[in-house]
Design a protein. Structure first.
Length: 471
Protein backbone atom coordinates (compact mmCIF):
# COMPACT_ATOMS: atom_id res chain seq x y z
CA UNK A 1 0.00 0.00 0.00
CA UNK A 2 1.79 3.07 -1.16
CA UNK A 3 -0.71 5.79 -0.41
CA UNK A 4 0.17 7.84 2.66
CA UNK A 5 -0.51 4.92 4.96
CA UNK A 6 -3.92 3.68 6.02
CA UNK A 7 -5.48 7.16 6.02
CA UNK A 8 -4.52 7.59 2.38
CA UNK A 9 -6.05 4.26 1.53
CA UNK A 10 -9.25 5.17 3.34
CA UNK A 11 -9.43 8.37 1.36
CA UNK A 12 -8.85 6.47 -1.83
CA UNK A 13 -11.57 3.98 -0.94
CA UNK A 14 -14.25 6.54 -0.22
CA UNK A 15 -13.35 8.71 -3.24
CA UNK A 16 -13.25 5.64 -5.43
CA UNK A 17 -16.82 4.67 -4.54
CA UNK A 18 -17.93 8.30 -4.90
CA UNK A 19 -16.48 8.33 -8.40
CA UNK A 20 -18.38 5.15 -9.27
CA UNK A 21 -21.58 6.74 -7.98
CA UNK A 22 -21.10 9.69 -10.28
CA UNK A 23 -20.94 7.39 -13.26
CA UNK A 24 -23.85 5.00 -12.79
CA UNK A 25 -27.48 5.12 -11.77
CA UNK A 26 -28.10 4.99 -8.00
CA UNK A 27 -30.12 1.76 -8.16
CA UNK A 28 -27.33 0.11 -10.11
CA UNK A 29 -24.80 1.28 -7.56
CA UNK A 30 -26.84 -0.12 -4.73
CA UNK A 31 -27.32 -3.43 -6.53
CA UNK A 32 -23.72 -4.04 -7.43
CA UNK A 33 -21.50 -1.94 -5.23
CA UNK A 34 -23.18 -1.06 -1.97
CA UNK A 35 -21.70 -4.15 -0.35
CA UNK A 36 -18.42 -4.30 -2.23
CA UNK A 37 -15.17 -3.40 -0.51
CA UNK A 38 -11.59 -2.83 -1.61
CA UNK A 39 -9.30 -5.55 -0.38
CA UNK A 40 -6.14 -4.17 -1.97
CA UNK A 41 -4.96 -0.80 -3.24
CA UNK A 42 -1.43 -0.36 -4.62
CA UNK A 43 0.24 1.98 -7.12
CA UNK A 44 -0.69 -0.40 -9.88
CA UNK A 45 -3.67 -2.45 -8.72
CA UNK A 46 -7.05 -2.21 -7.11
CA UNK A 47 -8.85 -5.33 -5.94
CA UNK A 48 -12.56 -5.13 -5.34
CA UNK A 49 -14.16 -7.87 -3.24
CA UNK A 50 -17.75 -8.87 -3.78
CA UNK A 51 -19.92 -11.57 -2.33
CA UNK A 52 -20.64 -13.92 -5.16
CA UNK A 53 -19.16 -15.13 -8.39
CA UNK A 54 -22.33 -13.96 -10.09
CA UNK A 55 -21.79 -10.35 -8.98
CA UNK A 56 -18.10 -10.61 -9.87
CA UNK A 57 -18.90 -11.78 -13.40
CA UNK A 58 -21.53 -9.13 -13.85
CA UNK A 59 -19.18 -6.34 -12.76
CA UNK A 60 -16.44 -7.73 -14.96
CA UNK A 61 -18.76 -7.68 -17.94
CA UNK A 62 -20.50 -4.39 -17.41
CA UNK A 63 -18.54 -2.10 -15.20
CA UNK A 64 -14.83 -2.63 -15.78
CA UNK A 65 -14.53 0.59 -17.77
CA UNK A 66 -16.34 2.53 -15.05
CA UNK A 67 -14.06 1.07 -12.37
CA UNK A 68 -10.87 1.95 -14.20
CA UNK A 69 -12.10 5.45 -14.94
CA UNK A 70 -13.14 5.91 -11.33
CA UNK A 71 -9.78 4.81 -10.02
CA UNK A 72 -8.02 7.16 -12.43
CA UNK A 73 -10.32 10.04 -11.45
CA UNK A 74 -9.31 9.74 -7.79
CA UNK A 75 -5.64 10.54 -8.20
CA UNK A 76 -4.73 10.41 -11.88
CA UNK A 77 -2.96 7.03 -11.61
CA UNK A 78 -3.68 4.21 -14.04
CA UNK A 79 -4.36 1.09 -12.02
CA UNK A 80 -5.51 -2.28 -13.12
CA UNK A 81 -8.77 -3.20 -11.45
CA UNK A 82 -9.58 -6.80 -10.52
CA UNK A 83 -12.73 -8.17 -8.96
CA UNK A 84 -12.69 -11.15 -6.64
CA UNK A 85 -15.54 -13.11 -5.18
CA UNK A 86 -15.27 -13.97 -1.53
CA UNK A 87 -17.96 -16.61 -1.17
CA UNK A 88 -19.88 -16.76 2.05
CA UNK A 89 -19.11 -13.20 2.98
CA UNK A 90 -21.99 -11.94 4.94
CA UNK A 91 -22.05 -8.45 3.59
CA UNK A 92 -25.49 -7.59 2.37
CA UNK A 93 -27.11 -5.10 4.72
CA UNK A 94 -30.43 -6.85 4.39
CA UNK A 95 -28.75 -9.97 5.59
CA UNK A 96 -29.79 -9.71 9.20
CA UNK A 97 -29.77 -12.94 11.18
CA UNK A 98 -33.10 -14.60 11.83
CA UNK A 99 -34.88 -13.30 14.88
CA UNK A 100 -34.65 -16.11 17.46
CA UNK A 101 -37.60 -14.72 19.42
CA UNK A 102 -39.91 -15.48 16.54
CA UNK A 103 -41.73 -18.77 16.58
CA UNK A 104 -40.46 -21.01 13.83
CA UNK A 105 -42.80 -23.16 11.84
CA UNK A 106 -42.67 -26.79 12.96
CA UNK A 107 -39.52 -28.48 11.83
CA UNK A 108 -38.22 -25.40 10.09
CA UNK A 109 -34.73 -24.02 10.38
CA UNK A 110 -33.86 -21.02 8.23
CA UNK A 111 -32.07 -22.24 5.16
CA UNK A 112 -28.75 -20.51 5.83
CA UNK A 113 -28.36 -22.50 9.00
CA UNK A 114 -29.23 -25.79 7.45
CA UNK A 115 -26.57 -28.34 6.76
CA UNK A 116 -26.66 -30.39 3.57
CA UNK A 117 -30.20 -31.28 2.61
CA UNK A 118 -30.99 -34.87 3.53
CA UNK A 119 -31.26 -37.02 0.42
CA UNK A 120 -34.86 -37.83 1.22
CA UNK A 121 -35.92 -34.17 1.17
CA UNK A 122 -37.11 -33.23 -2.28
CA UNK A 123 -37.40 -29.58 -3.24
CA UNK A 124 -40.81 -28.76 -4.60
CA UNK A 125 -42.88 -25.78 -5.57
CA UNK A 126 -46.48 -25.66 -4.47
CA UNK A 127 -49.19 -23.20 -5.47
CA UNK A 128 -49.85 -21.97 -8.98
CA UNK A 129 -48.31 -24.37 -11.56
CA UNK A 130 -45.06 -23.36 -13.21
CA UNK A 131 -44.52 -23.09 -16.94
CA UNK A 132 -41.38 -25.15 -17.68
CA UNK A 133 -40.30 -22.73 -20.42
CA UNK A 134 -39.91 -19.74 -18.10
CA UNK A 135 -36.28 -20.28 -17.13
CA UNK A 136 -33.32 -17.93 -16.83
CA UNK A 137 -31.82 -19.61 -19.88
CA UNK A 138 -34.83 -18.57 -21.94
CA UNK A 139 -34.79 -15.00 -20.66
CA UNK A 140 -33.14 -12.47 -22.93
CA UNK A 141 -31.24 -9.85 -20.94
CA UNK A 142 -31.00 -6.28 -22.19
CA UNK A 143 -30.73 -2.77 -20.81
CA UNK A 144 -34.42 -2.70 -19.99
CA UNK A 145 -34.36 -5.66 -17.64
CA UNK A 146 -30.80 -6.35 -16.54
CA UNK A 147 -31.25 -5.00 -13.03
CA UNK A 148 -34.27 -7.16 -12.06
CA UNK A 149 -32.72 -10.09 -13.92
CA UNK A 150 -29.50 -9.82 -11.95
CA UNK A 151 -31.37 -9.43 -8.69
CA UNK A 152 -33.50 -12.47 -9.49
CA UNK A 153 -30.34 -14.45 -10.24
CA UNK A 154 -28.75 -13.36 -6.99
CA UNK A 155 -31.88 -14.36 -5.08
CA UNK A 156 -31.96 -17.76 -6.76
CA UNK A 157 -28.30 -18.23 -5.97
CA UNK A 158 -28.69 -17.48 -2.27
CA UNK A 159 -32.30 -17.25 -1.18
CA UNK A 160 -32.82 -15.09 1.89
CA UNK A 161 -29.40 -13.50 1.64
CA UNK A 162 -29.30 -11.01 -1.16
CA UNK A 163 -32.37 -8.83 -1.53
CA UNK A 164 -35.24 -9.54 0.77
CA UNK A 165 -37.88 -8.82 -0.29
CA UNK A 166 -37.23 -8.56 -4.00
CA UNK A 167 -39.93 -6.50 -5.66
CA UNK A 168 -40.05 -6.56 -9.46
CA UNK A 169 -42.43 -4.20 -11.21
CA UNK A 170 -43.21 -3.27 -14.78
CA UNK A 171 -46.02 -3.05 -17.23
CA UNK A 172 -47.91 -6.05 -18.56
CA UNK A 173 -46.16 -8.62 -20.72
CA UNK A 174 -42.60 -7.53 -19.93
CA UNK A 175 -41.34 -10.64 -18.14
CA UNK A 176 -42.26 -10.36 -14.45
CA UNK A 177 -43.88 -13.77 -14.24
CA UNK A 178 -41.02 -15.15 -16.31
CA UNK A 179 -38.45 -13.95 -13.77
CA UNK A 180 -40.41 -15.20 -10.75
CA UNK A 181 -40.83 -18.63 -12.28
CA UNK A 182 -37.19 -18.68 -13.39
CA UNK A 183 -36.20 -18.19 -9.74
CA UNK A 184 -38.37 -21.20 -8.83
CA UNK A 185 -36.86 -23.40 -11.53
CA UNK A 186 -33.34 -22.43 -10.55
CA UNK A 187 -33.91 -22.96 -6.84
CA UNK A 188 -35.52 -26.32 -7.62
CA UNK A 189 -32.54 -27.28 -9.74
CA UNK A 190 -30.08 -26.39 -7.02
CA UNK A 191 -32.25 -27.94 -4.32
CA UNK A 192 -30.94 -25.44 -1.79
CA UNK A 193 -34.45 -24.61 -0.56
CA UNK A 194 -37.12 -27.27 -0.38
CA UNK A 195 -40.46 -25.70 0.50
CA UNK A 196 -41.16 -23.12 -2.17
CA UNK A 197 -44.53 -21.52 -2.74
CA UNK A 198 -45.20 -19.68 -5.99
CA UNK A 199 -48.66 -18.24 -6.14
CA UNK A 200 -50.63 -15.72 -8.14
CA UNK A 201 -52.00 -13.01 -5.89
CA UNK A 202 -55.45 -13.95 -7.10
CA UNK A 203 -55.01 -17.51 -5.80
CA UNK A 204 -53.59 -16.12 -2.56
CA UNK A 205 -56.66 -13.93 -2.05
CA UNK A 206 -59.02 -16.79 -2.90
CA UNK A 207 -57.27 -19.14 -0.48
CA UNK A 208 -57.50 -16.52 2.23
CA UNK A 209 -61.21 -16.01 1.58
CA UNK A 210 -61.94 -19.75 1.63
CA UNK A 211 -59.86 -19.97 4.83
CA UNK A 212 -62.15 -17.39 6.41
CA UNK A 213 -65.33 -18.93 5.03
CA UNK A 214 -64.36 -22.45 6.03
CA UNK A 215 -63.34 -21.26 9.50
CA UNK A 216 -59.89 -22.70 8.85
CA UNK A 217 -57.62 -19.71 8.80
CA UNK A 218 -55.02 -21.54 10.89
CA UNK A 219 -54.33 -24.08 8.16
CA UNK A 220 -53.98 -21.26 5.67
CA UNK A 221 -51.53 -19.47 7.97
CA UNK A 222 -49.53 -22.60 8.72
CA UNK A 223 -49.14 -23.37 5.05
CA UNK A 224 -47.64 -19.97 4.40
CA UNK A 225 -45.54 -19.75 7.51
CA UNK A 226 -44.11 -23.15 6.87
CA UNK A 227 -42.79 -21.97 3.52
CA UNK A 228 -39.09 -21.43 3.01
CA UNK A 229 -39.45 -19.22 -0.02
CA UNK A 230 -42.56 -17.34 -1.07
CA UNK A 231 -43.13 -15.77 -4.48
CA UNK A 232 -46.35 -13.87 -5.11
CA UNK A 233 -47.14 -12.83 -8.66
CA UNK A 234 -49.14 -9.64 -9.35
CA UNK A 235 -49.16 -8.39 -5.76
CA UNK A 236 -50.83 -5.16 -6.97
CA UNK A 237 -54.06 -7.13 -6.83
CA UNK A 238 -53.95 -6.55 -3.06
CA UNK A 239 -55.28 -3.07 -3.88
CA UNK A 240 -58.65 -2.53 -2.21
CA UNK A 241 -58.33 -5.82 -0.30
CA UNK A 242 -57.92 -4.48 3.21
CA UNK A 243 -58.33 -7.67 5.18
CA UNK A 244 -56.12 -9.69 2.92
CA UNK A 245 -53.50 -6.96 3.25
CA UNK A 246 -53.52 -7.29 7.03
CA UNK A 247 -53.20 -11.05 6.90
CA UNK A 248 -50.52 -10.78 4.32
CA UNK A 249 -48.57 -8.25 6.39
CA UNK A 250 -48.21 -10.75 9.24
CA UNK A 251 -47.22 -13.61 6.97
CA UNK A 252 -44.70 -11.38 5.28
CA UNK A 253 -43.14 -10.22 8.56
CA UNK A 254 -42.96 -13.74 9.84
CA UNK A 255 -41.11 -14.97 6.77
CA UNK A 256 -38.68 -12.09 6.34
CA UNK A 257 -37.83 -11.98 10.03
CA UNK A 258 -37.08 -15.68 9.89
CA UNK A 259 -34.66 -15.05 7.01
CA UNK A 260 -36.80 -16.65 4.33
CA UNK A 261 -36.84 -15.23 0.86
CA UNK A 262 -39.89 -13.35 -0.40
CA UNK A 263 -40.30 -12.17 -4.00
CA UNK A 264 -43.10 -10.13 -5.58
CA UNK A 265 -44.12 -8.92 -8.97
CA UNK A 266 -46.43 -6.00 -9.53
CA UNK A 267 -47.61 -3.81 -12.38
CA UNK A 268 -46.63 -0.69 -10.46
CA UNK A 269 -44.10 0.30 -7.78
CA UNK A 270 -45.20 -0.20 -4.15
CA UNK A 271 -46.12 3.43 -3.51
CA UNK A 272 -48.42 3.49 -6.55
CA UNK A 273 -50.53 0.47 -5.66
CA UNK A 274 -53.93 2.00 -4.82
CA UNK A 275 -54.97 1.79 -1.17
CA UNK A 276 -51.92 -0.24 -0.20
CA UNK A 277 -51.33 0.44 3.47
CA UNK A 278 -48.28 2.51 4.27
CA UNK A 279 -46.69 -0.19 6.42
CA UNK A 280 -46.82 -2.61 3.48
CA UNK A 281 -45.44 0.01 1.10
CA UNK A 282 -42.46 0.54 3.37
CA UNK A 283 -41.95 -3.22 3.81
CA UNK A 284 -41.96 -3.71 0.06
CA UNK A 285 -39.42 -0.95 -0.36
CA UNK A 286 -37.12 -2.29 2.33
CA UNK A 287 -35.40 -4.76 0.01
CA UNK A 288 -34.68 -4.20 -3.66
CA UNK A 289 -37.27 -2.64 -5.95
CA UNK A 290 -36.36 -3.23 -9.59
CA UNK A 291 -38.25 -2.12 -12.65
CA UNK A 292 -38.51 -3.95 -15.97
CA UNK A 293 -38.71 -1.28 -18.59
CA UNK A 294 -39.84 -1.40 -22.20
CA UNK A 295 -37.28 -3.36 -24.20
CA UNK A 296 -35.26 -1.51 -26.83
CA UNK A 297 -35.10 -2.64 -30.45
CA UNK A 298 -31.97 -4.80 -30.04
CA UNK A 299 -33.49 -6.65 -27.12
CA UNK A 300 -36.74 -7.16 -29.02
CA UNK A 301 -34.87 -8.56 -32.00
CA UNK A 302 -32.98 -10.94 -29.71
CA UNK A 303 -36.24 -12.03 -28.09
CA UNK A 304 -37.90 -12.71 -31.46
CA UNK A 305 -34.96 -14.85 -32.51
CA UNK A 306 -34.89 -16.69 -29.19
CA UNK A 307 -38.63 -17.38 -29.25
CA UNK A 308 -38.38 -18.72 -32.80
CA UNK A 309 -35.44 -20.93 -31.86
CA UNK A 310 -37.29 -22.35 -28.86
CA UNK A 311 -39.93 -23.44 -31.37
CA UNK A 312 -37.33 -25.09 -33.56
CA UNK A 313 -37.13 -22.39 -36.26
CA UNK A 314 -34.45 -19.87 -37.15
CA UNK A 315 -35.74 -16.47 -38.22
CA UNK A 316 -33.60 -14.48 -40.66
CA UNK A 317 -32.37 -11.15 -39.26
CA UNK A 318 -34.59 -9.05 -41.50
CA UNK A 319 -37.68 -10.96 -40.39
CA UNK A 320 -36.74 -10.59 -36.71
CA UNK A 321 -36.15 -6.88 -37.21
CA UNK A 322 -39.41 -6.46 -39.14
CA UNK A 323 -41.37 -7.92 -36.24
CA UNK A 324 -39.40 -6.16 -33.50
CA UNK A 325 -39.88 -2.78 -35.16
CA UNK A 326 -43.63 -3.21 -35.19
CA UNK A 327 -44.43 -4.81 -31.84
CA UNK A 328 -42.96 -2.57 -29.18
CA UNK A 329 -44.76 -2.56 -25.91
CA UNK A 330 -45.46 -6.11 -24.88
CA UNK A 331 -43.23 -9.14 -25.16
CA UNK A 332 -46.18 -11.47 -24.99
CA UNK A 333 -47.44 -9.84 -28.19
CA UNK A 334 -43.99 -10.09 -29.68
CA UNK A 335 -44.08 -13.79 -28.97
CA UNK A 336 -47.61 -13.93 -30.40
CA UNK A 337 -46.26 -12.46 -33.64
CA UNK A 338 -43.54 -15.12 -33.79
CA UNK A 339 -46.11 -17.87 -33.31
CA UNK A 340 -48.30 -16.28 -35.96
CA UNK A 341 -45.47 -16.31 -38.52
CA UNK A 342 -44.51 -19.91 -37.74
CA UNK A 343 -48.18 -20.96 -37.84
CA UNK A 344 -48.66 -19.27 -41.20
CA UNK A 345 -45.66 -21.08 -42.63
CA UNK A 346 -46.88 -24.44 -41.25
CA UNK A 347 -50.35 -23.92 -42.67
CA UNK A 348 -48.82 -23.18 -46.05
CA UNK A 349 -46.84 -26.40 -46.36
CA UNK A 350 -43.76 -25.14 -44.59
CA UNK A 351 -43.29 -22.13 -46.86
CA UNK A 352 -39.86 -20.59 -46.07
CA UNK A 353 -39.99 -17.80 -43.52
CA UNK A 354 -38.97 -14.58 -45.23
CA UNK A 355 -40.03 -10.94 -45.11
CA UNK A 356 -42.87 -11.43 -47.52
CA UNK A 357 -44.34 -14.30 -45.53
CA UNK A 358 -43.94 -12.41 -42.26
CA UNK A 359 -45.67 -9.35 -43.69
CA UNK A 360 -48.55 -11.46 -44.94
CA UNK A 361 -48.85 -13.46 -41.74
CA UNK A 362 -48.87 -10.35 -39.57
CA UNK A 363 -51.07 -8.20 -41.76
CA UNK A 364 -54.20 -8.77 -39.71
CA UNK A 365 -52.37 -7.86 -36.52
CA UNK A 366 -50.23 -5.01 -37.72
CA UNK A 367 -52.59 -3.02 -39.89
CA UNK A 368 -55.29 -2.76 -37.29
CA UNK A 369 -55.63 -0.50 -34.33
CA UNK A 370 -53.55 -2.22 -31.63
CA UNK A 371 -56.56 -2.32 -29.33
CA UNK A 372 -58.37 -4.53 -31.80
CA UNK A 373 -55.37 -6.41 -33.09
CA UNK A 374 -55.88 -9.31 -30.77
CA UNK A 375 -59.08 -11.28 -30.95
CA UNK A 376 -61.23 -11.91 -27.91
CA UNK A 377 -62.09 -15.27 -26.39
CA UNK A 378 -65.73 -14.62 -27.26
CA UNK A 379 -64.84 -14.37 -30.94
CA UNK A 380 -62.83 -17.57 -30.73
CA UNK A 381 -65.71 -19.39 -29.09
CA UNK A 382 -68.12 -18.04 -31.70
CA UNK A 383 -65.99 -19.32 -34.60
CA UNK A 384 -65.30 -22.70 -32.99
CA UNK A 385 -68.96 -23.23 -32.11
CA UNK A 386 -69.90 -22.45 -35.70
CA UNK A 387 -67.27 -24.75 -37.22
CA UNK A 388 -67.81 -27.75 -34.94
CA UNK A 389 -71.46 -27.35 -33.99
CA UNK A 390 -70.83 -27.52 -30.26
CA UNK A 391 -72.05 -25.18 -27.54
CA UNK A 392 -69.94 -23.06 -25.23
CA UNK A 393 -71.13 -25.10 -22.26
CA UNK A 394 -69.86 -28.24 -23.98
CA UNK A 395 -66.48 -26.68 -24.72
CA UNK A 396 -66.14 -25.70 -21.08
CA UNK A 397 -67.45 -29.02 -19.77
CA UNK A 398 -65.43 -32.13 -18.92
CA UNK A 399 -67.06 -34.11 -21.77
CA UNK A 400 -64.56 -35.95 -23.92
CA UNK A 401 -66.52 -37.03 -27.01
CA UNK A 402 -64.35 -36.62 -30.06
CA UNK A 403 -66.05 -33.54 -31.53
CA UNK A 404 -66.19 -31.72 -28.23
CA UNK A 405 -62.54 -32.50 -27.41
CA UNK A 406 -61.43 -31.38 -30.85
CA UNK A 407 -63.43 -28.16 -30.61
CA UNK A 408 -61.95 -27.49 -27.18
CA UNK A 409 -58.42 -28.16 -28.42
CA UNK A 410 -58.89 -25.88 -31.41
CA UNK A 411 -60.23 -23.11 -29.16
CA UNK A 412 -57.10 -23.43 -27.02
CA UNK A 413 -54.87 -23.45 -30.09
CA UNK A 414 -56.50 -20.30 -31.45
CA UNK A 415 -56.36 -18.59 -28.05
CA UNK A 416 -52.66 -19.37 -27.78
CA UNK A 417 -51.96 -18.00 -31.24
CA UNK A 418 -54.28 -15.02 -31.39
CA UNK A 419 -54.68 -13.65 -27.89
CA UNK A 420 -52.29 -12.39 -25.24
CA UNK A 421 -53.72 -14.67 -22.57
CA UNK A 422 -51.32 -16.82 -20.59
CA UNK A 423 -51.65 -20.61 -20.64
CA UNK A 424 -53.24 -20.46 -17.23
CA UNK A 425 -55.78 -17.87 -18.33
CA UNK A 426 -56.66 -19.89 -21.44
CA UNK A 427 -57.14 -22.95 -19.24
CA UNK A 428 -59.46 -20.87 -17.06
CA UNK A 429 -61.63 -20.01 -20.07
CA UNK A 430 -61.90 -23.70 -20.92
CA UNK A 431 -63.60 -24.56 -17.66
CA UNK A 432 -60.57 -24.69 -15.39
CA UNK A 433 -57.94 -26.65 -17.29
CA UNK A 434 -54.33 -26.34 -16.14
CA UNK A 435 -51.53 -24.93 -18.24
CA UNK A 436 -50.20 -28.39 -19.14
CA UNK A 437 -53.56 -29.32 -20.69
CA UNK A 438 -53.44 -26.18 -22.80
CA UNK A 439 -49.91 -26.96 -23.99
CA UNK A 440 -50.99 -30.51 -24.78
CA UNK A 441 -54.00 -29.29 -26.78
CA UNK A 442 -51.93 -26.78 -28.76
CA UNK A 443 -49.38 -29.44 -29.65
CA UNK A 444 -52.07 -31.91 -30.62
CA UNK A 445 -53.67 -29.44 -33.00
CA UNK A 446 -50.29 -28.51 -34.50
CA UNK A 447 -49.44 -32.20 -35.07
CA UNK A 448 -52.77 -32.89 -36.68
CA UNK A 449 -52.49 -29.85 -38.96
CA UNK A 450 -49.22 -31.34 -40.21
CA UNK A 451 -50.65 -34.80 -40.79
CA UNK A 452 -54.29 -34.32 -41.80
CA UNK A 453 -54.95 -32.07 -44.83
CA UNK A 454 -58.72 -32.02 -44.24
CA UNK A 455 -58.22 -30.87 -40.66
CA UNK A 456 -55.74 -28.25 -41.84
CA UNK A 457 -58.37 -26.89 -44.20
CA UNK A 458 -60.90 -26.66 -41.38
CA UNK A 459 -58.42 -24.74 -39.24
CA UNK A 460 -57.64 -22.39 -42.11
CA UNK A 461 -61.36 -21.66 -42.49
CA UNK A 462 -61.88 -21.06 -38.78
CA UNK A 463 -58.86 -18.78 -38.72
CA UNK A 464 -60.01 -16.73 -41.65
CA UNK A 465 -63.47 -16.46 -40.10
CA UNK A 466 -61.80 -15.31 -36.88
CA UNK A 467 -59.50 -12.80 -38.53
CA UNK A 468 -62.14 -11.45 -40.87
CA UNK A 469 -61.00 -13.30 -43.98
CA UNK A 470 -57.51 -11.84 -43.79
CA UNK A 471 -55.53 -15.01 -43.08
P1 LIG B 1 -45.67 -10.19 -17.17
O1 LIG B 1 -45.76 -11.17 -16.05
O2 LIG B 1 -44.72 -9.06 -16.92
O3 LIG B 1 -46.99 -9.71 -17.66
P2 LIG B 1 -44.62 -12.46 -18.58
O4 LIG B 1 -43.52 -12.84 -17.68
O5 LIG B 1 -45.84 -13.29 -18.55
O6 LIG B 1 -45.02 -10.93 -18.41
O7 LIG B 1 -44.03 -12.41 -20.05
C1 LIG B 1 -44.86 -12.44 -21.20
C2 LIG B 1 -44.19 -13.28 -22.26
O8 LIG B 1 -43.02 -12.63 -22.70
C3 LIG B 1 -43.77 -14.65 -21.72
O9 LIG B 1 -43.98 -15.60 -22.72
C4 LIG B 1 -42.29 -14.47 -21.47
O10 LIG B 1 -41.58 -15.68 -21.68
C5 LIG B 1 -41.90 -13.47 -22.51
N1 LIG B 1 -40.77 -12.64 -22.08
C6 LIG B 1 -40.81 -11.53 -21.33
N2 LIG B 1 -39.59 -11.02 -21.16
C7 LIG B 1 -38.75 -11.84 -21.80
C8 LIG B 1 -37.33 -11.85 -22.00
N3 LIG B 1 -36.55 -10.89 -21.52
N4 LIG B 1 -36.80 -12.85 -22.72
C9 LIG B 1 -37.59 -13.80 -23.25
N5 LIG B 1 -38.92 -13.85 -23.10
C10 LIG B 1 -39.50 -12.88 -22.40
MG1 LIG C 1 -47.43 -11.87 -15.06
Amino acid sequence: MTEAGAAGTDRFVSSFFDEIKKRIRPEHFSTWFSNASLSEVTETDVVLSVESTFIRDWINNKYMGVLEESSHAVDGKHRKVRVTAVPGRNIFPQDTPPDPSLPSAPGFTPSREEGPIPAATRARVVGTPLNPALTFENFVVGLSNHLPYAAARAVAEKPGHAYNPLFIHGSVGLGKTHLLQAICHEVLRKGSVTRIRYISCEDFINQFISGIQGGDLETFRDQYRNTEMLLIDDIHLLAHKERTQDEFFHTFNHLVNAGRQVVFSSDSPPQEIPTLKERLVSRFKSGLVGEIELPDLETRIAIVKRKARIRGTEFPNDVAQFIAERVKTNIRELEGAVIEVIGYSTLNDGMPIDLELAARALKPILTEDPVHSVVSMQEIFRCVQKAFGVSLTEIQSKKRTQTISTARHVAMYLARNHTCHSLQEIGGYMGGKDHASVLYAVKKVEDRIRKDPRFKEIIQKVRSDLLGGAA
